[in-house]
Design a protein around this ligand. Sequence first.
Ligand code: GRF
Length: 203
Amino acid sequence: KRIVVLISGTGSNMLNIAEHCQDNKINADVVAVIANRADAAGLAKAADLGIATEFVPHTSFADREDYDQALVERVQSYQPDLIILAGFMRVLTPVFVSAFADRIMNIHPSLLPKYKGMHTHQRALDAGDTEHGVSVHFVTEELDGGPVILQSRIPIFPEDTAEDLQERVHEQEYRIYPLVIRWFCADRLKLTEEGAVLDGALL
Ligand code: GRF
């Protein structure tokens, strides 16, 4: 299978996934990494692994739809089976989502449906939560609202800062994102009208 990863920043999840593919732990290749920011550190890391990289600046387009159309064309040129959002900090419009329906995934650092959007670690702390976590979900037109595939929980301790939570969440991200991608690439996981289905069972 062919995977395109979209990033905006560090790209540590992208790197982890690309390494899983290169080590044959996932039956797929990351064929391109595309960023909306030139300073996304992940671009250089992907290039080091010999992966094609592209920078599609959102600042050059009049509106979100125009940007998404340009992004669709760049992504489509790699003929991906799966599109992975890994710290891609842009809301995608139906222009993008409908072009790749059923084959876009995101990882979101909260126990969805809690804390959609930004600053999830701080929001969990501010709410006095005693647990937090991360969710992998299919992307639909609703922001952070597509069917959840897998979640991992972490404890919140009284002294924790947002950075502590981010670090604890990242560890879980490196476990669950490759696992879900492995399922998808083995044709065990799909998005249906009812929701996410794994091995024939609705999740
Ligand atoms: C991750 O915490 C992910 O959950 C969120 O953005 C972060 C990306 O981190 N969507 P990295 O760029 O993969 O290091």
